[in-house]
Design a protein around this ligand. Structure first.
Ligand code: NAI
Length: 329
């Protein structure tokens, strides 16, 4: 099997090499993202392996199909960037890693909450500069606060368990309720009521037609003034310009995002010496109550192990014509 891995960073290569030393797969690691222009690099390969910001749209898939690609192995859970119908039309199978470490993402969501709330990032810099003042560092107790969880799948469940430990009251909205959470005392309510009551709202649902821009001018209106919004799911769940307006008007008290609507041109790269052309991210970065991380919620050793092992298992099952348990259909 010849496998072309796109959007490769040194750590991706390190993990693939760690787990593939005793199989006969031949990997080529491309730093470039996959899109209709770079798709031609797939010539001579059987499988392509792609990540969250690769553009696996209709045009890209046509090129992949012409080059004889038979499997798209996503090394991530989300597949909103893949045109599944086009893949089907070209008899290309799509597999993914549905769950590799829900705890990794849930724990990062909590890291965003804790940092925004207790301002440890600011305290760290202050103290290192000999500034021991507490001015503007005041936080709030999480104990007793109402946390609204939108999407209670694997990550949402892991997140609820942690927040329960803090002594928060948990409200949830999902199109399918999780029995385990109800038993834990999580209250499922209509979305509007969750938005109205929550002090902290954390997004854990996938990006699709029904969830795109679910945080917008209208939904912000329903929320408490000073609400904390956390998004470790997908950037386009939030309408960025509406969020900027919400921050300007002080409706949003804190915004913690690990994902961003236009992240494909920014995230995972060192642009510290570049002139960033994206005015929205610059504006977001200018707010003292906004914390942005660069899609790193998944990035733990345990998650990288799982992503690599499951991706290789997916490819192996395809090669042996076994049932594809992680196929996206
Ligand atoms: P999951 O499939 O286990 O859970 C998703 C939940 O969202 C399900 O319970 C589903 O019923 C619910 N849902 C679907 N449509 C909804 C809607 N319209 N309104 C409310 N809920 C809805 O997925 P998992 O593993 O919990 O992941 C959630 C998302 O997290 C992924 O789709 C992905 O976008 C994101 N993610 C982000 C990572 C990061 O590094 N920042 C890493 C991994 C996943």
């Amino acid at each position: 099997m010849k496998i072309a891995v796109f959007s490769t960073k040194p750590y991706d290569q390190e993990y693939f090499e760690k787990y593939s030393s005793n199989n006969d797969y031949s990997f080529s690691f491309f730093e470039t993202a996959l899109n209709k222009t770079t798709a031609n690099l797939s010539e001579g390969f059987d499988v392509i392996c792609a990540f969250v910001n690769d553009k696996v749209d209709k045009d890209t898939i046509e090129v992949l199909a012409n080059n004889g690609i038979r499997l798209i192995a996503m090394r991530c859970a989300g597949f909103n960037n893949v045109d599944i119908q086009s893949a089907k039309d070209h008899q290309i199978k799509v597999v993914r890693v549905p769950a590799y470490s829900p705890e990794a993402v849930a724990e990062h969501s909590v890291a965003l909450i804790m940092t925004l709330n207790r301002k440890t990032h600011k305290a760290y810099n202050r103290v290192r500069e000999g500034n021991f003042s507490l001015k503007n560092l005041i936080g709030f107790n999480l104990h007793g606060k109402v946390v609204g969880v939108i999407g209670t799948g694997q990550i949402g469940i892991a997140f609820c368990k942690i927040m329960k430990g803090f002594g928060c009251r948990l409200l949830a909205y999902d199109i399918a309720e999780a029995e385990a959470l109800i038993e834990m005392g999580v209250e499922y309510l209509p979305l509007e009521e969750v938005l109205q009551q929550a002090d902290i709202i954390s997004l854990h649902c996938p990006l699709n037609q029904s969830t795109k821009h679910m945080i917008n001018k209208a939904s912000l209106k329903q929320m408490k003034a000073g609400v904390m919004i956390i998004n470790t799911s997908r950037g386009a769940l939030i309408n960025t310009s509406d969020a900027i307006e919400g921050l300007t008007q002080k409706k949003i008290g804190y915004l913690g995002i690990d994902v961003y609507e236009q992240e494909e041109n920014l995230f995972f790269e060192d642009l510290s010496e570049s002139i960033i052309q994206d005015d929205d991210i610059l504006r977001l970065n200018s707010f003292p109550n906004v914390l942005i991380t660069s899609h790193q919620a998944y990035f733990t050793k345990e998650a990288m192990d799982q992503i690599t092992v499951i991706t290789l298992n997916n490819i192996r099952a395809f090669e042996k014509e076994e049932p594809l348990e992680n196929e996206v259909v």
